[in-house]
Design a protein around this ligand. Structure first.
Ligand code: DC
Length: 226
């Protein structure tokens, strides 16, 4: 593991369901990097609002509310665990209300500024693979490797549906697809740090690729930059 200035930062951005987290996790384990799932932080912030009965919009996300949102991340044998005000919300953040809420809360600049600070801090002392929407364009604009991973809406909905049902969660394919379309629009059209490919990112369309193929491709790109 490198320390300080020699740390290697890999940014993987792309729309919901493109396979970023599964692939980033595998690549990080192979290379001994830490995997940082930034979407989990927006999800945790959304859970805070939902469970406190706070409607997610800009005027309600006051400094006082933001100060009460305490997010901690730990990395252990089971991967990333996420805590909200001391409570483990690793499972809770995957529920549909947190999925939609995360995209809404992510459009609020003050929320982003708070979470980006945490993300940049985590990348300071570790070799990281960080996935999200704005990592290559905003969070780590100097990342040594930038990937923009995408796939067709249909394929992304299919994957997300399979993931949910495999976890025993109830899901309706058309609803999963609608939710993905909603988030694509929301994440791309927000004014502050929207989802977009960084000019220097490598574009990978995974629609017709297996997880193994994408993982191999990205691992090669990272090794080439080391
Ligand atoms: O990657 P995910 O599905 O867990 O992300 C949940 C939402 O969080 C996503 O719809 C948009 C937002 N997000 C963001 O705006 N910026 C990031 N870096 C990561 C996620």
């Amino acid at each position: 593991m490198h320390k300080g200035d020699e740390c290697m930062r890999v940014a993987i951005d792309g729309p919901a369901g493109a396979g970023k987290s599964s692939i980033a996790k595998i690549c990080a384990a192979k290379l001994g990097f830490i995997y940082i799932d930034t979407g989990a932080m927006y999800r945790a912030a959304a859970v805070y609002a939902i469970e406190s009965g706070i409607e997610i919009d800009e005027k309600n996300m006051t400094r006082e509310v933001l100060d009460r949102i305490k997010i901690d991340i730990s990395y252990g044998e089971n991967g990333q665990q996420i805590f909200l005000c001391g409570k483990d919300v690793t499972e809770r953040i995957r529920r549909p209300d947190a999925t939609i809420g995360s995209s809404d809360i992510a459009a609020i600049p003050a929320v982003r500024l708070k979470l980006v600070e945490l993300q940049r801090r985590l990348a300071l002392d570790n070799d990281v693979i960080m996935d999200g929407r704005d990592i290559g364009t905003y969070v780590l604009p100097d990342a040594e490797v930038k990937i923009f991973l995408t796939a067709s809406v249909e394929e992304r909905a299919r994957r997300r549906f399979a993931e949910l049902t495999a976890k025993g969660m109830e899901a309706d394919f058309e609803q999963v697809k609608k939710d993905i379309e909603y988030r694509d629009k929301n994440d791309t059209e927000r004014s502050f740090a929207p989802l977009r490919k960084a000019e220097d990112a490598v574009l990978i369309d995974s629609s017709d690729m297996t997880v193994e193929q994408v993982t191999e491709r990205i691992t090669e790109i990272i090794k080439g930059a080391m």
